[in-house]
Design a protein around this ligand. Structure first.
Ligand code: ADP
Length: 334
């Protein structure tokens, strides 16, 4: 698993459980989404009704699950967690829905990956708090209507555009999570360091934050590596140099690029003169699967303005040469 990958693994889940903020107040950044959500929750409390369904969209590791937990916490109701890929049959969804208690929050991660029949069942459940359960097959099949307790659905998706319109329309509120600024990540890290009992200088927080790719999950994971490093080296007060050395050792550079990212950039610049070059050729040059380069390295490199996608292939941007400590050639393709 990549240190700077945004997906979580088992270790992350352990760490994340202990570092997750429990209230909207402790949730760093995402000011707009936070204010809007707070209004939705407040209004539901005042009306004494279940809150509107909420859709959260944004890249992995930005806090969607955390927000779902906070919503349940603030509404003082239980939380049920499942995910699109776990719901393959409409029956799977019916089982979950029919066992919800009044007002419960149902969090469905990766909701865009639910099967079609389940999705259609969800439409009705969201709108009318009712499902039709089909019993039997063929001509003898009958559908039995089943009333559900009112509940609040919190759906999460990496891209709202992946959801079919009818599903998207049934959410009363959609919040789009953005990547975090370095300052915001510093706040996340300060809070985590406090919980982990680490002593760090302000500069050390900045150092870790600027390598975290705008993503709290990555920030917390890098912090854990810094903690290990400090423990082994007997460092009690972590300064920027210590944090930097720790992360250098894990090959996460000052801008948050790891070895794969740098290999891609360096191949592009050194072997292909900055491109344009086709994605599969580039992947072969770095000895990786095309898909890995496309989904793992490329989005971040594009976002950082280091790599460009053109109809004729991938190109290195001026910043790529600069990042590799090279002079930008005059013939470059950008
Ligand atoms: P997602 O569901 O979007 O993949 P998570 O909610 O699982 O992301 O968040 C990943 C980790 O990052 C969690 O451990 C959480 O503690 C931390 N985190 C995410 N957003 C914030 C935030 N705004 N403030 C503090 N910690 C955060």
């Amino acid at each position: 698993q990549r240190l700077v990958g945004a997906e979580g693994d088992y270790d992350d889940q352990q760490l994340e459980a202990s570092l997750r903020p429990g209230t909207l107040h402790d949730f760093v950044g995402q000011k707009r989404v936070r204010a809007q959500l707070s209004l939705v929750l407040e209004a539901s409390k005042l009306r004494g009704r279940t809150a509107d369904h909420v859709l959260l969209s944004g890249p992995p590791g930005l806090g969607k699950t955390t927000l779902a937990m906070i919503i349940a916490q603030e509404l003082d109701v239980p939380l049920r967690i499942s995910s699109g890929p776990a719901i393959q049959h409409a029956g799977d969804l019916a089982a979950i829905l029919s066992s919800l208690t009044h007002g419960e929050v149902l969090f469905l991660d990766e909701i865009h990956r639910m099967s079609r029949p389940a999705e259609e069942m969800l439409y009705m459940a969201m709108e009318d708090f009712r499902v039709d359960i089909v019993v039997g097959k063929g001509a003898g099949a009958t559908s039995i209507p089943l009333d559900l307790p009112p509940f609040t659905l919190v759906g999460a998706t990496t891209r709202a555009g992946l959801l079919p319109g009818p599903l998207r329309d049934r959410f009363g509120f959609t919040g789009h999570l953005e990547f975090y600024s370095v300052e915001e990540l510093e706040l996340v890290l300060r809070r985590s360091a406090g919980l982990l009992d680490l002593t760090m200088t302000s500069e050390a927080f900045t150092e870790v934050a600027s390598r975290s790719r705008g993503t709290p999950r990555i920030a917390n994971r890098l912090l854990r590596r810094v903690r290990d490093w400090a423990l082994v080296h007997g460092v009690e007060r972590i300064d920027a140099r210590a944090a930097g050395s720790a992360l250098d050792m894990y090959e996460v550079d000052a801008r948050g690029l790891d070895r794969l990212d740098r290999n891609v950039l360096s191949a592009l610049v050194n072997k292909f003169n900055g491109g344009p070059v086709g994605l599969s050729t580039l992947a072969i040059a770095v000895g990786e699967e095309t898909e890995t380069v496309e989904t793992v390295a490329e989005p971040f490199l594009v976002r950082e303005g280091l790599l460009g996608r053109t109809p004729r292939g991938r190109i290195a941007m001026a910043a790529a040469w600069e990042h590799l400590g090279l002079d930008v050639p005059e013939h470059a393709a950008f």
